[in-house]
Design a protein around this ligand. Structure first.
Ligand SMILES: Nc1ncnc2c1ncn2[C@@H]1O[C@H](COP(=O)(O)OP(=O)(O)OP(=O)(O)O)[C@@H](O)[C@H]1O
Length: 340
């Protein structure tokens, strides 16, 4: 079926049993999901899970091996130009021209996308305001901080008024304050421009705060898809107890596993144990009793609700902090005048 009409009742993005093969290697193995109009949809997964490959297919950068991706009503394989007019794309790498000013970067893109002259200036002014760069419009891009440059790239991706915005790790390499500023900005932009957003991220707190629904991808397959709250509620064990003992006994792992409600126990560094349990209070009570009856002491103890990190571990078998090693390796390019 060739879909050529834009229809607001249909999903903004519809991916149907999509497959991508690189030679003999299947990087995406039949993934299906819809993204509703106006939704912020997160794609999470370990390194190499297939997130970028999925985004590249949805944004027409690489051909689909089989299956379909329908973006704003257009099939990426049959109507790639129409898809490109409907989408804005922020890739992982920063691509604005550092020798141009902020405004020149936006203006060149607007011309590339044939934004009519009459609306070009107004669009640029509004976007500069939205990303809080109005007073930097004449600054050379190379003088901007990492966070400001990322905001410029986001404004540039919206200069032709796309309906659907794809962001591949929009806050990687930013400090926590800049990350929160980008989240707020994306939320404001979404509401003001009625955008649909698809975001990949390595940061669980980002996905939790920003996304209406989250898809977890692993080894090229979709392994979970729901709202952050439902994902957390559906993971066995609703609490995480972290405990550290003064005595480095080798049988803690086994003894902790036998406490009431315990689903799994993970031994961490510095004698810390992370316990996933269906009843934080019951497990904690028994843990305290058991420790006291053996004449041992607890060095530290905390009880937390299940986080998206726990969801991630549950579905992928890997902790996100392993993934963050790679993410932390990305460093924003230095700007002139910055201290090393
Ligand atoms: N052009 C290519 N040729 C061959 N294999 C590729 C190519 N691009 C990606 N792959 C492989 O496909 C798999 C999925 O890669 P992809 O970049 O989509 O993962 P990702 O989830 O985006 O990972 P990351 O978080 O590291 O960006 C990986 O095993 C990768 O090595």
């Amino acid at each position: 079926m060739s879909v050529s009409q834009t229809n607001t009742a249909q999903p903004a993005i519809s991916v149907q049993n999509i497959i991508k093969r690189y030679g003999d290697f299947e990087a995406v193995k039949g993934v299906t999901f819809d993204v509703a109009d106006g939704e912020i949809f997160g794609l999470l997964g370990p390194n190499g899970a297939g997130k970028s490959t999925l985004i590249r297919m949805m944004t027409t950068l690489i051909p689909v091996t089989s299956g379909k991706a329908i973006i704003a009503g257009y099939d990426v394989s049959r109507a790639p130009d129409a898809v490109r007019r409907m989408i804005g794309v922020i890739p992982q790498a920063l691509t604005s021209d550092i020798d141009l000013t902020v405004e020149e970067n936006l203006s060149i893109y607007a011309k590339l996308y044939d934004v009519p002259k009459a609306t070009r200036e107004q669009n640029i002014n509004e976007l500069l305001e939205a990303v809080d760069l109005t007073k930097w419009r004449n600054a050379q891009t190379k003088t901007l901080s990492g966070g400001m440059r990322r905001r410029l790239e986001i404004a540039r991706g919206l200069v032709h008024n796309p309906r659907i915005f794809f962001l591949d790790e929009p806050t990687t390499g930013l400090d926590p304050v800049s990350r929160v500023a980008v989240w707020e900005m994306l939320n404001n932009l979404k509401n003001k421009h009625h955008l649909t957003m698809l975001i990949t991220t390595h940061y669980m707190d980002e996905a939790d705060r920003l996304c209406d629904r989250i898809a977890i991808v692993d080894h090229g397959k979709l392994v979970a898809l729901d709202t952050p709250m439902a994902l957390k509620a559906n993971v066995p064990g609703t609490n995480v107890v972290e405990a550290q003992f003064t005595n480095e006994s080798t049988d803690w792992l086994e003894r902790l596993r036998q406490l009431a409600g315990v689903m799994s126990v993970e031994s961490q560094s510095a004698g810390m144990y992370r316990i996933l349990t269906s009843s934080g209070s019951l497990t904690t009570m028994q843990l305290v009793e058991m420790t006291a009856s053996r004449g041992e002491t607890i060095k530290s103890l905390s009880v937390q609700n299940t986080t998206l990190d726990d969801v991630f571990v549950h579905y992928t078998g890997r902790a996100l902090r392993d993934e963050q090693v790679k993410a932390a390796g990305f460093i924003m390019p230095p700007r002139p005048g910055m201290q090393p």
